[in-house]
Design a protein around this ligand. Sequence first.
Ligand SMILES: NC(=O)c1ccc[n+]([C@@H]2O[C@H](COP(=O)([O-])OP(=O)(O)OC[C@H]3O[C@@H](n4cnc5c(N)ncnc54)[C@H](O)[C@@H]3O)[C@@H](O)[C@H]2O)c1
Length: 247
Amino acid sequence: MRTAVITGGAGGIGAATAERLAAKGFAVLIVDRDLAAAEAVAQRLGHPASACAADVSSEDDVKGYVATAIERYGRIDAFFNNAGIEGAIASVEDYPTDTFDQVLAVNLRGAFLGLKHVVPVMRTQGEGAILNTASQAGVRGVPGLSAYVASKHAVVGLSQGIALEVAAAGIRVNCLCPGPTNTRMMDDISDAVRAAGGDPASFVDRMPVGRFGEPGEIADVAAWALSEAPAFMTGAVLTVDGAMTTP
Ligand SMILES: NC(=O)c1ccc[n+]([C@@H]2O[C@H](COP(=O)([O-])OP(=O)(O)OC[C@H]3O[C@@H](n4cnc5c(N)ncnc54)[C@H](O)[C@@H]3O)[C@@H](O)[C@H]2O)c1
């Protein structure tokens, strides 16, 4: 049976992708720092999906979720390297340094550690598909989100570098850049903008399609990139953002 591992699998985009991969016949390991939420997603999917607690910024935890996937399922065909946090919303002079470190630890170190420990499994298999979640904020600047923007630009670069490293080993590595999408993350960003006296509706005004994305719209692309996408598609940066970043 094909197996998928999804970090941040209890969140909006991760859980929607888990549903789609399960529907395609994958056994899905839902990895999240929120175990109860991960278990709820696995329960919804039913057997053989299961949950695993991990903080993706901890190398021991990353080794742990990779070992759990192998123990339970024997292989990893698809790896959705997706856990992320937005950090603070503040101009650079007010941005808390510890929050900067935390955002880089989860979004960049977490993505790196996932690649570091999943790639050897896929090399042994001689195949595998990886999708790293960056953001529209990984391909352009966004004011007030310096750590997030820096971390997501780095995830794009990490994806491209590692796609080149592993292409000859039969491993595809692509990068997903969603636009603003209706999940917990966008709700919290909107609340923070409102609390700072701003108008979150201004985000929607900047969307050419006049609305945010839905998690299922991002998940449709993610699940495809992790399963049916052609072997020739690797090193791609896939924007799914309602034309937000279209030049
Ligand atoms: N929602 C958006 O507008 C949007 C846009 C572009 C990119 N993204 C990216 O998509 C990904 C998924 O975000 P989402 O929108 O589903 O948000 P979400 O908050 O619903 O999901 C994120 C999940 O990651 C988990 N997580 C956070 N830190 C973790 C850690 N250290 N270890 C393990 N799990 C951790 C959370 O518990 C949560 O379940 C993130 O990388 C995010 O940056 C989101």
